[in-house]
Design a protein around this ligand. Structure first.
Ligand code: APR
Length: 264
């Protein structure tokens, strides 16, 4: 091992130990996750060199104006994403967070992801700030449908035409939050309340630049709590993180869990 790599390894170990100690002594822990937590599951992230917004223009696909202008294009994009995501399986980071909840350590996972992988891994108290890609809603009436539950997912993906509401015949849209749209009010309010109460937030795999979601770790910090961040790169949150662990979410969380189980 070269000197530089040995030093990096030592820093990583110190940070990891620090994170485990913080986790063990905190009383109200929450997690705040972004696309990076699902990267090891094969779900593409948004920013970064191979991110979705490098290959596609967000304003042509993820705004209500884009949907009005070209619903075919927007649905083509969302059907592709749904198909990629439904083949993905939760990774070790998703399972670690679900385990921590079962152990009574984590109170809630607040996610910006729409991929359902936290739920599949077993997280119960899940707050989805940006909606869920497997839910659709009518653009005219109150119809809402969770395609995994209604059993229409296969049919929905095979269909080439624009999806129509079974109740009123109007256009259906993905039940996700597009740029410029408000976040679901209950979800955001609950997330802010949890952030105020939390004495520790695990921030995993987010660039931390999309608001209002990015307020979550900032609220924890401002109300006296600590931040552990896990990310392959520095992010908008790194400057205020108490512990920054550079690495892949699944790999880092497995190591943290191993140490944590030894400690408690
Ligand atoms: N482990 C940990 N972090 C990772 C990994 C990994 N395996 N792979 C990538 N990352 C990090 C990147 O370094 C980056 O900081 O995950 C982050 C992903 O950032 P974004 O792609 O910007 O995703 P996110 O922060 O969730 O985006 C927020 O923006 O486009 C909108 O609505 C969309 O919810 C999304 C929001």
């Amino acid at each position: 091992m070269s000197g530089r790599i040995f030093k990096q390894y030592r820093v990583l170990k110190i940070m990891m130990n620090e994170a485990v100690k913080l986790l063990a002594r905190s009383r109200f822990v929450i997690a705040f996750t972004g696309a990076g937590v699902s990267a090891e599951s094969g779900v593409p992230t948004f920013r970064g060199s191979s991110g979705i917004w490098k290959r596609h223009r967000a304003e042509e696909l993820a705004t209500s104006e884009a949907f009005r202008k070209d619903p075919h294009l927007v649905w083509e994009f969302y059907r592709w994403r749904m198909d990629v995501i439904r083949k993905a399986k939760p990774n070790k980071a998703h399972y670690a967070l679900a385990d921590l909840e079962r152990m009574g350590v984590i109170r809630a996972v607040i996610t910006q992801n729409v991929d359902d992988l936290h739920r599949e891994a077993g997280t119960k108290n899940l707050i989805e700030l940006h909606g869920n890609i497997f839910r659709v809603r009518c653009t005219a009436c109150s119809h809402r449908e969770y395609l995994k539950e209604s059993g229409r997912l296969d049919e929905f993906l095979a269909e080439k035409y624009l999806p129509r509401c079974p109740d009123c015949g109007s256009l259906l849209r993905p039940d996700v939050v597009w740029f410029g749209e408000p976040l679901p009010r209950n979800a955001l309010e609950n997330a802010f309340v949890l952030a105020e109460r939390a004495d520790l937030v695990l921030v995993i795999g987010t660039s931390g630049v999309v608001y209002p979601a990015a307020y979550i770790p900032r609220i924890v910090k401002e109300t006296g709590g600590k931040i552990i961040e896990i990310n392959t790169e520095e992010s908008g949150i790194t400057p205020i993180a108490d512990v920054f662990i550079r690495g892949k979410a699944g790999e880092v969380m497995s190591e943290i869990m191993e140490e944590f189980r030894r400690l408690i």
